[in-house]
Write a protein that binds this ligand. Sequence first.
Ligand code: ADP
Length: 361
Amino acid sequence: MGLKSSPYRGAIALRGIGKRYGEDRVVDGLSLAISPGEFFTFLGPSGSGKTTTLMMIAGFASVDEGAIDVDGADLSAVPPQQRGFGMVFQNYAIFPHLNVFENVAFPLRARRQSEAKIRERVAWALELVQLGAFAGRYARQLSGGQQQRVAIARAIVFEPRIVLMDEPLGALDKNLRYDMQVEIKEIQRRLGMTVLYVTHDQEEAMNLSDRVAIMNRGRVEQVGSPSEVYERPANAFVGRFLGEANILEGVLERLDGDVATLRVGGLALRAVAREQVETGSRVSLFVRPERVRARSDADGNRLDGHVRRVSFLGNIVRYQVEVAPATHVVVDVQNSGRSSLTVDSPVSLGWSVEDSLVLTR
Ligand code: ADP
């Protein structure tokens, strides 16, 4: 199915866009280039400026500085209803007085499409979200997940090249959210549209996205593929925001090529330094809990400690291990049902040097 009815190819450029509310710069000089067909997610804590950014792209919030281009053309003079973007928002409820068919037909009627065309397009969109049999139902006769699917069908029925989604799954429970992520991703892949997505849920962002922008206080901390931002965070904020992280503060003692030796609470630990760092500077060592092994005999960092806390999380067991006074390392171990570690057990930990990074901020 082609996308001939859309005027766009779907490239978006944010050129230093900013937004102020009073003294607050809630979006602070954002510059990003998003490719046609890319699934791009703004991820960050509440209040970091994600929704405001999306609203400026949609045209519902004014742009105080900078500009937004679509396919190289400045959008600033284009009113929201003429931007031709599909939109799905958490609170963008479907119309309760219209049945599913008429909800999905709505954007087509607004575009004065023929009755035959409307029937064809609505059937196509409902099939895509697996609601073909529900055309006659009203919102009150649908589950939350089904209502959200209607909202998605309504957003794509006119074949927009660009779709904006703001926490579209926020109201759904965890299992349903995962199923809907799979569906959204599948629809995006089939239609090849550009999706700009907003969420505060890091798993959702990583599952869906080609690239993620980690937002903090109106700025982008890092942009990259899910594995890049997870495995190689640019700083401690990104490392902590994307799941569990060990971030051990210390001093850089030595640098041999790109392998740094850090002094952390009396321990000497090695990690990869991606940039030139002065010896003697205060830095942190970053390592993910799943990269730390309990009872290690491999090469790399090795340290002894005592288990101080055991958290049973189902598929994994998370141990907090004290390796020096007031220095803890969190270790995730696959739950094999055979671990004998309990609180106060002595344990040896280890991880490969290449699994740990020096963070300078
Ligand atoms: P996010 O989507 O990341 O949670 P928002 O973009 O909604 O963040 O908000 C960013 C900041 O801007 C917040 O501090 C919020 O309180 C503020 N803000 C958002 N909209 C308005 C508004 N209309 N008036 C004043 N402040 C606003």
